[in-house]
Every structure is written in structure tokens, then in C-alpha cells.
Design a protein around this ligand. Sequence first.
Ligand code: PEP
Ligand code: MG
Length: 578
Amino acid sequence: MPRYQGLPASPGIAIGPAFVYRPRQVAVTHHRVEDPRAEWRHLTDAIEMARTQLVALEARARQVAGEDEAAIFEAHRLFLDDEELLGRLKALVLEERWNAKAAVHHVFEQFAEALLSLEEEYFQARAADLRDVAQRVLKCLEGEEEDVGEAAEPVILVAEDLTPSDTIRFDREKILGIVTAKGGPTSHSAILARAMGVPAAVSVAMDLADIRNETLCILNGSTGVFSVGPTLHELELARREKDQWEAQRRVELGQAHLPATPRDGDHPVEVAANIGSVEDAEQAVRFGADGVGLLRTEFLYLQRNAMPTLAEQVRTYRRIFEVLGGRPVVVRTLDVGGDKEVPYLGTGHEPNPFLGWRAIRMIRERPDVLEDQFTALLQAAGELLAEGKPVDLRIMLPMVSSVAEVERARELFEQAKEGLAHRGKPLPDRVQFGIMVEVPSAALLADRFAPLVDFFSIGTNDLTQYTLAVDRTNERVSVLASPYHPAVLRLIEMTIRAAHAHGRWVGVCGELAGDPPAVPLLLGLELDEFSMAPSSIPTIKDLIRRWSLAASREVARQALDFSLAADVIDFLKAQTPR
Ligand code: PEP
Ligand code: MG
């Protein structure tokens, strides 16, 4: 049977018939119209119909997928309000007598091409959104209602790629797994699959033309392998693997809300979640998170044209703190720049964006952004505490490379407190203040940073990128980017040792913390907190409970003796059950 390799995007095994999703593209031809006024009315009606559909989709997305997905449809709707875009459509139809379909295709493509020329992943995704909206308007021009291309029985959804509209259209009860030929592990398809808890593989090297509807398939979302038309023997093996995986997952989920104490430990290790929205916060609690180890606050600033207001920030933080109900929440201050562009904040094109004006480095030119964020966080926590609701707010700075950045940020933090006190606002009594250790200079100087902070959180994604000089977004060098590289491990060890010598706690919030083979290594290095994608929490808690501190210390000692990342990972994999 054909076996296709892709990137694992959501763990688990699905067995079922394929449903090959081929969205219909509207055919567009260009001609001159006799009555441009009537054509323009036709087009404005279609735009109105598209807008109505998007309002409904936004509401549905909010219900079934959460705020993040809803925000995508809001952004789609805003494209339809764009004055420049509407102006160009109007000029083509009324002045140049273009037919509506050709005008829509032409203008949306122009806008999409402009975004694509910017090359950044963020703008590429916006271009895809624009094309999605164009297709919607074109279908409305044909008077077509939303087609709910659905399968009658549960299926493995196979697609070239999925747009946000597609992901909302399908009935979740009917989807066993998702396979796409395009997209990365952070694409909409992958995000949707993880939110639904179904297996998924993306970037699968397959040609959709070779796959027939209803062919029985096996998808392994943990390895990224998609097999079409298996033999009975292969099917039998996959069924057994699926049963084992599900039985293990049930055990893990059943114990997800219990603390994770190593076999010989006298207190639990904290297992926390990395989140980036209110919806993620809810998911984190469902999966048994002891707290939040990383709240990425970028979501408040992306996909918009102006800074979020203070009131909006306070509202969102309040909701997240309420969901966490007094569990610790480590909020990372804004980390834009690098691969996350926010034009209204002035993150422009730079020759080396990851080495440029990113994260805490904004503090010199835009101290107001950070002070505003401190104010919003303190106000949100202060208000809830005054209402008798528990909050454990912790704040950390991203990409710190110099002690001066921490000192300056602390000044702004005090300023924010004074500002609130001056306005008679209640303040939380104690807010822990920490930094991310993701630049080698911070790890090397951990003993100098420790007296200035309450905690460290090691961002292994960036620490790996900066230690090994490997761009984390460049696929050509991705094989070199291993957090198991001995140089990265040595920096992690140094950081933990320096922090503990000063009585500070240390977490890891990079992807390493959620990788099963890393459990004995990090446990053995005496890490205090593991923070990861919510769905990984049950597995990592289960593994921590299986290890003793004594055995994991020995594993860590041996792991640090290797000179090659590949040897470290082989050694660690041999120690772990999965
Ligand atoms: C990291 O760098 O490890 C990290 C957690 O931050 P981000 O992935 O958001 O850069
Ligand atoms: Mg980082």
C-alpha cells in the first residue's frame, strides 16, 4: 500500500475511510458589461451576503473552536470593509466596465500578491486569508449558499490544505483525523486537529489525485505516516497499536489532574501549560495543568492595525486569570519582531530579524508598550483579588541578553504600580518577576541575573537557535537545530545550578519540556517546572511519576557526557517507554 511521510502534527492513530476534500474554485472570465451600475449593485449585494456568512461563521467558530478561530473570521470581514480594496473594485466595475467576478479576482489577487512579496510567514498566511475571502465573494456572486461539504460517516479528512473557513465547516464528530499535503505544524489544520484531539499529519508528500474517496487509510499522527489501502495484516497491526495508544492515553487522562511527584520525591514537580489565548487557558485546565508556565501575549497584538487598548488588555487578562482560578500564571511580555511582524509597532524588514529589534529590545524606543502591559496585568490581577478571586501573577521578560534590560524593565514595572496606586486602583501584594533564558549570554551570566529576579524560564527553542546559530524557521538547516545538542544542555545545566545557588526556581517552556525523552534529563537536572502544549501535559505527568529522582540524576549525568546530539537522543530514547 502507498505510505506517505509527513510531519507529525497531532498524536494518535486514526483508521477509517478517506474523504478527499477538493473545494470548488469558481471559474472567472473577463468581459465588459453593458450596465455597470447594475453590475456594481450585484457585487455590493454579494459582498453583503459574504459579510453575513462571515458574521455567522465568527459566531460558530467562537462556539466550537474559541476566540482565536473567531478572530480569523473577524479579520476576513474586515477585508470586506477595506476602503482601498472597495475603491479599486468600484473603479474597475463602474469606470472600466469590468464584470464583477473578474474585478473581484483581479483586486484580491493584487492585494494577495503584495502580501506574498513580503515573504514573511505571517503575511503569506494573510494572503491565503484574502484568497479565501475572494472565493467566498465569487460564490456569493453565483448566488451560492454556504456548501457544507460533509461526509456521512466518520472519515479521515485528506486535503491539499485547509483554510480557516474549511476547518469550521466540517462537523467535528465526523472527523477521525486530518492529513494535508501542505502546511506546517502551526498551520490552521494542525491547530484545529490538536484542539479537536484527533491525530493529524501535515506537509505529507502525497498527490491528492492518487487518493480515492472511501479508501481505507491509516494515519499515525505521532510519526506523520499516512498509509492508503492497507493489507489485512497491516490493518491488524495498526488496530493493535491504536488500542494500546488509546488505553495509555485513557490512563494518562484519568490521572492528569493529580500532581506529578517522582517515585522517590517528597513534592510534586510543576507541570504547566504554554498558552496563547483564553481558549488555550480553558484547554490547559481540562488537561490538568498545574498552572501556566508561558502565556504568549502576542495574540493581543497580531492581526490588527493598532495597539490593543488598556481596557481590552485588562479584560483579556482577567478572563485568563479567572479560568486559571488561582494557579500560577507566568505572563511573558510582548515578544514580537523575529518572525512575528507587527507593522504598527514598527517591526520593519531587517536583514537578520532574529538578531534584530525583537522582544525586550523594544524597551528603549517603545517603553510605553511595556509599561502599558505591566499596568494592564497589575490592574487585572488587582481587580480580581479585590473581588475575592485568587490570582498568582508572575511576569517574565523575553529574549533578555543584558542585566541592564532587567533593571530598566523593573523601573517601568515600578512606574506602572505607582500609576495605578495614584489612580486609587487595588494592586496585588506580590508579583514574581522573572526572565526567559533563551540567549546564551543570559545562561552564561545566570549567576548575575539571579539576584535580580524571582525565577528563570528557559526557552529552549530560541536558546537552541542562538547557541547553534541555526535559524529556527529555515527548513534547510532544521536537522542541525536540536535542543539535545550538548552545548545547549550545558547551558541549561549552568542556568539551573546558578538559580538554585541563589534560591530561585527554574522552568523550561521551550518544546523540549513536552518531549517524552527529555523527562529524565530535565528531572535529573532538578528542573522545578515543565511547561508545554496543554495536550502533552497528561503524558509528561505520567512519565514524571514513573521516574525516581535518583535514577533520573544518573541519566542526566550520562546524557551530559556525550558529544553529539544524536547520541544524547538515542541514549534518552532507550530509557523511555515512548
Ligand atoms: C522559546 O524560545 O523556547 C520559547 C518558549 O519562546 P517562543 O517559542 O515563543 O519564541
Ligand atoms: Mg523564544
